[in-house]
Design a protein around this ligand. Structure first.
Ligand SMILES: *Cc1c(COP(=O)(O)O)cnc(C)c1O
Length: 308
């Protein structure tokens, strides 16, 4: 596997990136993480990812033992060593191991790790041209009062069981609800519904759930792009029934940007023909990739050889 990891203060090949089975990150999913991406040799919105990671660390009382500046350097260095121009770059911090015989989280030695591997798509470009079949899963998303979804976390049992269900029903990925009929999110992405906008983009309403979700960096990018395009952006509760009536549906994720949905529970979105996802999704998808050339959003990976 191509890539580079940072574990125990050292840069190592992916096959040597290992942790103790006694680390609570593994035993209790007691960890947080963030994922940024590198496109054409440049990080996209790296500071926003680091802001969110630091907020997650604070909320979970985790101390990575390294400064923000060091985290940034490690991310750059992982990509440089891996020699990747398109990369998936993760930073993580686990609770670590407790003092011998202790069950007190305060006695744990927290550990910081990072890795860069080739870019990972939630749906690759070929699939994106077809559109994704999304399934509304029956597991309820873990409630925010139990695990705060604004902290990027590995509590994915609900998503994983939902994915099995989606595949059994012929779908490709899953979205979960809050148990009261409101859309939340899926494994690694936020969800958007678009109403109107076919004749006039400025008449489009772009809706995304406000509660029970991670505030994705791509979600924020979509909100900013949609507002700049003159659409009305609504961050509010979104009923599954309303999602079924949407003119367009798309996902937002670091793993591929703006990803159009073709079917919801096997039904074509707004009765559309294959490959036609509507004007708002198409515009936002194009603008998302155009932002990867915008110096306000990107920073070059230090020391990476120039593109051939
Ligand atoms: C990472 C993630 C997202 C998307 O966040 P981005 O910053 O846009 O990649 C959405 N939901 C969950 C549960 C996630 O883990």
């Amino acid at each position: 596997m191509q890539g580079c990891a940072f574990v125990d203060g050292e840069f190592v090949a992916p096959e040597h990136a290992k942790i103790s089975i006694f680390d609570w990150g593994f035993l209790h999913s007691d960890a947080t993480y963030d994922v940024a991406h590198v496109w054409d040799g440049k990080f996209f919105r790296l500071d926003d990812h680091l802001d969110r990671f630091e907020a997650s660390l604070r909320a979970l009382r985790l101390d990575p033992g390294v400064s923000r500046q060091r985290m940034r350097e490690v991310m750059h260095e992982c990509v440089r060593r891996a020699g990747l121009r398109e990369a998936y770059v993760e930073v993580l911090c686990t609770r670590g191991r407790p003092a011998p015989g202790s069950r007190d989280p305060r006695s744990c030695t927290n550990t910081f790790m990072a890795f860069a591997i080739p870019f990972v798509w939630i749906a690759d470009p070929a699939k994106q041209r077809r559109g994704i079949d999304l399934v509304v899963g029956t597991p309820q998303r873990i409630p925010p009062s139990s695990v705060d979804p604004r902290i990027k976390n590995y509590h994915w049992m609900d998503f994983v069981m939902g994915l099995f269900q989606a595949y059994e029903r012929g779908g490709e990925t899953v979205v979960l609800t809050d148990g009261q009929g409101h859309v939340t999110e899926g494994p690694g992405f936020n969800v958007f519904a678009v109403f109107g906008g076919a004749a006039d983009l400025q008449a489009a309403r772009v809706v995304t759930p406000v509660a029970g979700v991670l505030e994705g960096v791509s979600r924020r990018t979509v909100i900013e792009m949609a507002a700049a395009a003159g659409c009305t952006v609504e961050q509010r509760l979104l009923d599954v029934d309303e999602l079924r009536r949407a003119d367009e549906i798309f996902l937002s994720t670091t793993g591929g940007g703006v990803i159009p949905i073709s079917h919801l529970d096997g039904v074509p979105v707004a009765g559309r023909k294959p490959g036609d996802f509507g004007p708002v999704s198409a515009l936002l998808q194009a603008r998302y990739w155009a932002l990867h050339e915008d110096p306000r959003y990107v920073e070059a990976v230090q020391g990476l050889p120039a593109a051939r």
